[in-house]
Each structure stands twice: as C-alpha cells, then as structure tokens.
Ligand binder design. Structure first.
Ligand SMILES: [Zn+2]
Length: 286
C-alpha cells in the first residue's frame, strides 16, 4: 500500500520472438486508446502471436477492423456461458457464416459452463455449450473452454459429445493437479494464466509441475489478472512473459525453453505462421 514497486519491463527478459499469448480480450475498452502500442510492446517482449476473443458475432463485427494491420493476431469467437441468460441462439448460425468468411477466426471460444455467478441457468448454459461444440466439429475448428465451478459437468458434456482427443484449449486453467492429469488424459492443452505467479497459489503451482511443456500454453486473459509484478494493473499480452518466467522457476528450466515450447504449441494450435514472413517484418510493426 502506497509503496512504490520497481517493476521490470517485459522487454527486459530478452526473450526471442517465439511466444504467444493464447487468450486475450484485446477488444476490451481498456485497449481503446493504445492498442497499437500494446501490440508493439508484445512483439518487443517476444510474442509472435496473440489469440484474441470476440464474445459473439456483434463484438466481432464491431471490433475486427482494428486488427486489419496486425496479422500476428488471430481470433476466437464464441458465446460465453455467463451470457446464457441474454444470448440469442440465432447468433450460432450467424457465427457459422462469419467463420466461413474470415480465415483469421481460428477457434470456437470461449465456450463452456460457469456456475460461479448464476447457477440457475445451468440448462441454458449446457444447451449453448453443446450447440457450439457441434458447430466447432462441423467447421473442424479447435475449441477454447471456459469452466468455472463446473468442471464435472464440463467434462461430462465434452466426453458425451466425443471430444476426447479433439484439439482443445482449457483456458485459464487454475485448478488442481488431479484435474490437470484428467484433462491431459483426454489429449487436451492447458492454458496457464498469470495467477500462477500469485504467492498463495500453491495448488496451481503444483499442477503446473505435473503438466508437460508440450501440452501447455501461457495466456493473459487480459485486461484482467495481470501476473506479478503487475498484479492489479491493466494486463496486456506482453506481461505473459512473467507467467512463463514463473513456470520456468517452478519447473527449474530456462525461461527461454518454457517460452518457446508454450509458444510453439499455441502457434500451431491456432495456425499462426511463426517462421518466415510474419517474423521481424516491418509491415506488421506500427
Ligand atoms: Zn477470457
């Protein structure tokens, strides 16, 4: 409180441009003023890609043009379970059309179940989740899962619908080692957020110790949940380097190794070109 923190800049880790923020909300109002600077800072800090989420067709149509120049940003689109009360199911066929039109839309997400705020909408959430899983399979696209206080039902639906061994990102993984092992057994990827850097989060640190690097992504979920030493500040893609740094510490590995491994997994998952033409070219710099 009131004490000034000396925060290292994300660029100061000197990471190669091989990493990726596997889940961001760059269309949030928090980025209205300085999106271009935010993305320059991301590249300077070692990011070769960012996956940003649009929570349905209307946010997509409102926000997509802001990324026209930023070819290293790819998109997810999905109807969030927290919106189940107000969501229009007609938005699902609208999304299908948009997915077919825009090749930068790479995954359905975030979709899933969230019983944290309002468990009264369980049936509607489950229906919304199932219909979007169906769409993902129909389009042959990966899915990004949001699950809070609903792990059991989320798993049951995924398995019931045949998503074992389907390309799947469990977004913002923050649960136990046991759940991590269960998700890994289905062939899925676990995406680790900045909360792993919070001192008291021993449970997640233990889970991270058990997750092999080739099944891990790092993500910000920005603008919230900034990693230490930026906890409480606005989060942004560049700060994902501190999540990789913490994972490296937990696993007793060089940070470059964690960075590049998680980056490679996510770049491949989202189909981002990480080598060659996207790399170090002035055209995607501002
Ligand atoms: Zn999110």
């Amino acid at each position: 409180m009131g004490k000034k923190k000396n925060r290292p800049l994300p660029q100061s880790l000197g990471l190669p441009r091989t990493g990726m923020d596997a889940h961001a909300h760059l269309d949030a109002a928090e980025f209205d003023e300085d999106l271009d600077e935010v993305l320059v800072r991301a590249r300077e800090s070692g990011l070769a890609g960012v996956a940003t989420v649009f929570l349905g067709p209307d946010p997509y149509l409102a926000g997509v043009s802001r990324f026209a120049r930023h070819k290293d940003v790819v998109f997810l689109m999905g109807l969030h379970p927290e919106d189940a009360g107000t969501v229009k199911f007609e938005d699902i066929p609208r999304m299908e059309q948009l997915f077919r039109k825009d090749a930068r839309l790479r995954a359905l997400g975030e979709i899933g179940l969230d019983y944290y705020w309002d468990a009264t909408l369980k049936d509607r959430q489950q229906q919304l989740f199932r219909e979007q899983l169906e769409l993902a399979r129909h389009l042959e696209l990966p899915v990004a899962i949001h699950s809070r206080d609903a792990e059991e039902d989320t798993l049951a639906i995924l398995l019931d619908m045949g998503f074992h061994d389907y390309p799947l990102q469990w977004h913002c993984f923050g649960q136990s080692r046991d759940l991590a092992l269960e998700l890994l057994s289905h062939g899925w990827h676990l995406s680790i957020p900045g909360t792993v850097t919070y001192k008291k989060n021993i449970r997640l640190m233990e889970a991270v110790r058990a997750i092999p690097l080739d099944r891990m992504f790092v993500e910000t979920d920005c603008p919230y949940l900034a990693a230490d030493p930026y906890r409480g500040k606005r989060n942004e893609p560049a700060l994902v380097v501190f999540t990789a740094q913490k994972i490296a510490e937990i696993k007793d590995l060089p940070v470059e190794e964690v960075w590049t491994a998680c980056g490679k997994n996510a770049l491949r998952f989202f189909g981002v070109e990480s080598e060659g033409k996207d790399r170090g070219h002035c055209e995607d710099m501002v």
